[in-house]
Write a protein that binds this ligand. Structure first.
Ligand code: FE
Length: 462
């Protein structure tokens, strides 16, 4: 607990942390604003849910105080795990979420988190809106891995890449030595899909999926860069298009689909978003793909599948995610589009779990924060001998396009455009629903209406 007893609150839907010490100056909450003093109409800056949707984070001192002094802290350099260890591979939101969930149930159990990257704790959804908010990569970081590990009373090994997993011997081989485990949790994440593009500048395409690659992107955005081309008009592509056009860049978006967000929302909302972003200068090249990218005299020369050419300074790919399954596959674990798990997130080996972007339940990957938190609870419960199954429920997704706020909560899988039913709503914006057997199975709200998504979401879940 800090000197002034400031507390931290987490938004379970998006991972945003409201720290009373820092406040939320962008929304007018000065540093030092207590949770109790947040106005009821305040909205989470990342997902739009309200104050009542925040959950108090367990205090550092509370958790750490329960730990026996003999257990090495996060700074132990030569930790090798052991036969009683829970080992988590991955320092993203999924890895840290499961560490927290285990700690809430088991204050004493030795836990080691291994991460190929720095394992920084930050709200990943904030990346695609950081530019317009004037945030640098470091501004997004909530805590470093050592501090987070100390808070939870676990051990951590950042920048430690896993080379091999031997499930029979319950052992990981890393670049820094071997690690033994009793239970293993794979939180390996996903990578941006690599598109097949020809040309001598194809390797210049930037794929942003974490803070490290966002840092690279920011480094590439030198003052000479004015024209940005985004590959993909899905959620992330549209968010970056709004963010970058808002920051003054001349943005072009290329996608084989007929309209932006085509797999997520009905065409009326797609069309309006298209118009709003076009008004900000976004040039949509729909129904096309990037075929070739070459170095030109003034920047990069892009050739599209429809024969059009364009000059650009930077190409950013947002073409969807591919789960990281290689480590599991080589170890002989069952995989399909991801690492196959059951409803307590166990893989084909009962002592190995998978969570988040790398895990696949009934052929479906749950890449949003809210299901990841519930997956973490299911794993922690199973390890502790409790019953808590992970139930797939439609997540609430805020499309972070300030030019046209959109909130969508929909069942997985393809939805025919005409299955969306328009709802008359007195407020400003569009409202559509998906109905099944007279109950509402999903909804999408735009404009001012999007701010009411929390209420619709709670009713749908009830
Ligand atoms: Fe949120």
């Amino acid at each position: 607990m800090t000197e002034n007893n400031f507390q931290r609150w987490v938004c379970d839907a998006c991972g945003y942390i409201y720290d009373e010490a820092k406040g939320d100056p962008d929304s007018g909450l000065m540093p030092g604003t207590r949770y109790a003093d947040i106005p009821d109409d305040w909205q989470c800056p990342l997902c739009g849910l309200t104050k009542s949707d925040l959950r108090l984070l367990p205090e550092v001192a509370t958790v750490a105080a329960k730990r026996p002094a003999t257990v090495p802290s996060g700074k132990s350099g030569l930790c090798k795990g052991g036969d009683d260890y829970i080992v988590i591979v991955g320092g993203g939101i999924a890895g840290w979420s499961v560490a927290e969930a285990i700690r809430r149930r088991e204050p004493m159990r030795p836990v080691l988190l291994v991460s190929a990257c720095h394992g920084l704790v930050y709200p990943k959804p904030a990346i695609s809106m950081a530019l317009a908010m004037g945030k640098k990569p470091d501004d997004l970081v909530d805590m470093d891995a050592t501090a987070k590990a100390a808070e939870l009373g676990i051990e951590v090994r950042p920048e430690t890449r896993i080379i091999k997993l031997d499930v029979a011997r319950k052992r990981l081989t890393t670049v820094k030595g071997g690690i033994r485990y009793e239970r293993l949790i794979l939180a390996l994440g996903a990578q941006q899909r690599v598109l097949t593009v020809a040309g001598d500048a194809a390797d210049q395409i930037v794929r942003v999926n974490d803070l490290g690659s966002y840092r690279q992107l920011r480094d590439l955005m030198t003052p000479g860069v004015k024209r940005v081309t985004i590959l993909g008009a899905g959620l992330i592509g549209c968010e970056f298009a709004d963010d970058m056009s808002g920051a003054g860049y001349q943005v072009t978006v290329i996608d084989p689909a007929p309209r932006p967000l085509s797999s997520l929302v009905p065409h009326q909302i797609s069309d309006e978003l298209g118009v709003r972003l076009a008004a900000k200068g976004v040039d949509w090249k729909m129904g096309a793909t990037l075929q070739e990218l070459n170095h030109g005299e003034a920047g990069l020369h892009a050739m599209l599948s429809d024969g059009k050419v364009l000059e650009t300074d930077l190409v950013l790919s947002a073409a969807g995610l591919v789960p990281n399954t290689q480590l599991a596959e080589k170890a002989g674990l069952a995989t399909d589009i991801g690492i196959v798990v059951n409803n307590v997130m166990q893989t084909s080996r009962p002592d190995v779990y998978a969570i988040g972007d790398c895990a696949s339940l009934s052929g479906q990957v749950f890449a949003y924060i809210e299901p990841i938190r519930r997956q973490a609870e299911a794993i922690a419960a199973d390890i502790c001998g409790e019953q808590e199954r992970f139930m797939p429920l439609p997540p609430l997704v805020k499309v972070k396009t300030p030019s046209m706020p959109i909130s969508v909560c929909r069942p997985s899988g393809p939805i025919a455009d005409d299955a969306w039913v328009a709802v008359d709503d007195p407020d400003d914006g569009l409202h559509f629903e998906i109905r099944s057997d007279k109950t509402i199975a999903g909804f999408v709200l735009s404009g001012t209406l999007a701010s009411k998504a929390g209420g619709h979401y709670q009713r749908l879940r009830a």
